[in-house]
Ligand binder design. Sequence first.
Ligand SMILES: Nc1ncnc2c1ncn2[C@@H]1O[C@H](COP(=O)(O)OP(=O)(O)OP(=O)(O)O)[C@@H](O)[C@H]1O
Ligand SMILES: [Mg+2]
Length: 495
Amino acid sequence: MIKSIRLRFIFWYTLILAVTFSAFAFVLYFHVSTSLKNELDDVLLTKAEGIARSINTYWDTEKMDALRHGARKNVFSKINNSNFLKIAGRWVEERSNDAELMDISVQIYKPDGKLIASSPNAPPELNISEKILPVLVTRKTFYEDRHIPVAQDAFLDLRVLQIPVLENGKAAYIVQVAAPLESIWTALQGLKFILFLLLPVTVVLASMFAGEFLASITLKPLKAMIGTARQITAENMSLRIPPPETKDEIRQLAETFNDMLEKIHRVLISQKQFIQDVSHELRTPLTIMRGELEVALKRPRSPEEYGAILQSNLDEVMKIAKLLEELLALARLDNSTTGLTREPTNITTLMRDILDDMGILARQKGIGIEFTFRDEITAPLDRDKIMRAFINLLDNAIKYTHDNGKIAVDVRRDDSGAIITVSDTGIGIPEPDLPRIFDRFYQVDKSRSSAGFGLGLSIAKAIIDAHGGSIRVASDQSQGTTFLISLPMEGHNPR
Ligand SMILES: Nc1ncnc2c1ncn2[C@@H]1O[C@H](COP(=O)(O)OP(=O)(O)OP(=O)(O)O)[C@@H](O)[C@H]1O
Ligand SMILES: [Mg+2]
């Protein structure tokens, strides 16, 4: 098989062109050869009829003369009339050299096939075939191709026409005209040479050049793309393929390719960022632990001091464990192979359970939680995961609301499924931060949320996305924050 697109292109282009042109050549050749022959046949017929008319005129003049000299009417039959033979002979002698007859030879025969007269250019070997004599009267015209030997190994090819000239329904004499087929053959030979030799060669050469040319202009942008694509590595992911000016498929390909690069680039950047964030989050507790341990080891300490240091270290270890646990949870949600364990879950009941647990935390800050629901809604959910998502949201609401603030949770149903809103009267989120709060490790203000890692919302979003739902946020720094979650009632996994 041909491997390169360019060669395949040229090959098919040439083949299709060659097939089309051969078909065209055959049709043309066939058409020209038949019409040349038909034309010759028409010329022969016109000549033969003209000759017959002319001979009859000669004969009529002769008849007039004879009548004037008192001849009887019934001797004027041409059949077996020696006078007529003379007249016919005279016509051939006088007229057969006329310019209009040129290379057409003329012979006149009696109805029984005996030659009456013959033009000088008629080949002596040309006679009339016996077998056509009986049919001539009914056929009116009789065409033949004759292959006549004229010398040793030399032949003359003739197109021959015989017509009977009738008198009272009987053949009085026969006019035979013949023209050499050679001129047609020479013409056809020339045509053949052009059509079957010159044309194929030209077509093949032209299509090779044209194919090569077309292939090169269509494939040039591809080559440029290959070149650019080769230069792209993890280090210079910002390189893009310059899309060609044309608005064709190649441009689409370039654009698609660039889109893909863009996505990969973004993933790479966020991966890098993620690793940086993780390292950073791990470094803080480790630095604290290290400092405390070093200080502790400087000199012997009282059991109470050791206890305090160990307790502090345990806190940091717990923090690291929590971080790792959350990262693991995120990684699991990212991994499409581990799906959700769905079961029909009553969302209203679920929310009430969560609020029972979280209520303790809220009460410590004097925050009241108001729960309203308009519908009992059951949806196929991964209960543990959904619980975790809402716990993260309520944890935030409590964390970022001043003492004695308010939290409202509302559950209702709409066309698309269950709608849950969690709103608080807390400190709110500045407008510019809103698009980023679902990002991993993103925190509006590190100092105001020192306890967390900034993973809570990204975990909640990942869980809701996995359920095919969506989460949106609206916030006003003077009024508080509202999260709006929608969960579909049908349990189809989005990925
Ligand atoms: N209800 C809210 N009111 C005000 N700000 C909020 C609220 N919820 C989230 N935020 C802001 O969004 C940031 C991201 O929230 P997220 O829950 O992801 O992280 P976190 O609460 O800081 O830490 P973690 O949840 O990992 O313990 C928070 O740091 C906080 O600034
Ligand atoms: Mg949080």
